[in-house]
Design a binder for this molecule. Structure first.
Ligand code: SF4
Length: 97
Protein backbone atom coordinates (compact mmCIF):
# COMPACT_ATOMS: atom_id res chain seq x y z
CA UNK A 1 0.00 0.00 0.00
CA UNK A 2 1.35 3.41 -0.97
CA UNK A 3 1.59 6.43 1.30
CA UNK A 4 -1.40 8.20 -0.28
CA UNK A 5 -3.66 5.17 0.06
CA UNK A 6 -2.54 4.58 3.63
CA UNK A 7 -3.36 8.19 4.49
CA UNK A 8 -6.79 7.94 2.88
CA UNK A 9 -7.54 4.79 4.89
CA UNK A 10 -6.38 6.50 8.10
CA UNK A 11 -8.55 9.50 7.30
CA UNK A 12 -11.75 7.84 6.21
CA UNK A 13 -11.81 4.44 7.91
CA UNK A 14 -10.16 5.27 11.21
CA UNK A 15 -10.84 9.01 11.51
CA UNK A 16 -7.14 9.66 12.09
CA UNK A 17 -6.03 13.05 10.80
CA UNK A 18 -3.69 12.52 7.87
CA UNK A 19 -3.02 14.31 4.61
CA UNK A 20 -3.03 12.16 1.50
CA UNK A 21 -1.56 14.48 -1.11
CA UNK A 22 -2.94 13.71 -4.56
CA UNK A 23 -2.46 15.63 -7.80
CA UNK A 24 -5.16 18.19 -6.87
CA UNK A 25 -3.81 18.93 -3.41
CA UNK A 26 -0.26 19.10 -4.78
CA UNK A 27 -1.30 21.66 -7.44
CA UNK A 28 -3.45 23.82 -5.14
CA UNK A 29 -0.82 23.85 -2.39
CA UNK A 30 1.89 24.98 -4.79
CA UNK A 31 -0.15 27.50 -6.78
CA UNK A 32 -1.65 29.23 -3.78
CA UNK A 33 1.61 29.14 -1.87
CA UNK A 34 -0.10 27.62 1.16
CA UNK A 35 2.26 24.64 1.29
CA UNK A 36 4.73 24.65 -1.58
CA UNK A 37 6.91 21.62 -2.15
CA UNK A 38 8.91 19.84 -4.84
CA UNK A 39 7.19 16.52 -4.17
CA UNK A 40 4.10 15.16 -2.40
CA UNK A 41 5.98 14.35 0.79
CA UNK A 42 7.18 17.93 1.19
CA UNK A 43 3.65 19.23 0.63
CA UNK A 44 2.21 16.66 3.04
CA UNK A 45 4.66 17.65 5.79
CA UNK A 46 3.92 21.35 5.34
CA UNK A 47 0.16 20.84 5.39
CA UNK A 48 0.37 18.64 8.49
CA UNK A 49 2.28 21.42 10.27
CA UNK A 50 0.05 24.20 8.96
CA UNK A 51 -3.52 22.92 9.19
CA UNK A 52 -4.97 22.83 12.72
CA UNK A 53 -5.61 19.24 13.79
CA UNK A 54 -9.37 19.71 14.13
CA UNK A 55 -9.58 20.77 10.46
CA UNK A 56 -7.31 18.13 8.92
CA UNK A 57 -10.05 15.67 7.94
CA UNK A 58 -12.16 18.37 6.27
CA UNK A 59 -9.18 20.24 4.80
CA UNK A 60 -8.21 17.13 2.86
CA UNK A 61 -11.60 17.05 1.14
CA UNK A 62 -11.80 20.82 0.66
CA UNK A 63 -8.41 20.93 -1.08
CA UNK A 64 -9.30 18.05 -3.40
CA UNK A 65 -12.67 19.58 -4.33
CA UNK A 66 -11.12 23.00 -4.88
CA UNK A 67 -8.54 21.47 -7.21
CA UNK A 68 -11.07 19.32 -9.02
CA UNK A 69 -13.69 21.98 -9.70
CA UNK A 70 -12.11 25.46 -9.39
CA UNK A 71 -8.32 25.36 -9.41
CA UNK A 72 -8.26 22.96 -12.31
CA UNK A 73 -5.02 21.92 -13.97
CA UNK A 74 -5.33 23.47 -17.42
CA UNK A 75 -7.70 26.39 -16.95
CA UNK A 76 -8.21 27.43 -13.33
CA UNK A 77 -11.35 29.47 -12.68
CA UNK A 78 -9.54 32.30 -10.89
CA UNK A 79 -12.33 34.80 -11.64
CA UNK A 80 -14.77 32.67 -9.63
CA UNK A 81 -12.35 31.58 -6.94
CA UNK A 82 -13.24 32.51 -3.36
CA UNK A 83 -9.59 32.61 -2.29
CA UNK A 84 -8.29 34.59 -5.26
CA UNK A 85 -7.32 37.50 -2.98
CA UNK A 86 -5.18 35.16 -0.89
CA UNK A 87 -3.68 33.11 -3.72
CA UNK A 88 -0.08 33.74 -4.77
CA UNK A 89 -0.33 32.10 -8.21
CA UNK A 90 1.57 34.50 -10.48
CA UNK A 91 -0.49 33.71 -13.60
CA UNK A 92 -3.91 34.09 -11.96
CA UNK A 93 -4.58 37.35 -13.88
CA UNK A 94 -4.52 35.29 -17.10
CA UNK A 95 -7.47 33.20 -15.85
CA UNK A 96 -9.83 35.84 -14.49
CA UNK A 97 -12.61 35.39 -17.09
S1 SF4 B 1 -6.98 32.09 -7.73
FE1 SF4 B 1 -6.78 30.63 -9.40
S2 SF4 B 1 -4.81 29.61 -9.08
FE2 SF4 B 1 -5.40 30.61 -7.15
S3 SF4 B 1 -6.48 29.02 -5.98
FE3 SF4 B 1 -8.00 30.21 -7.09
S4 SF4 B 1 -8.33 29.07 -9.01
FE4 SF4 B 1 -6.38 28.37 -8.11
Amino acid sequence: MGRKTANVVLNTAFGQPAMAVDTHIFRVSNRTGIAPGKNVLEVEKRLMRLVPREFLLDAHHWLILHGRYTCTARKPKCGACIIEDLCEFKQKRDYMD
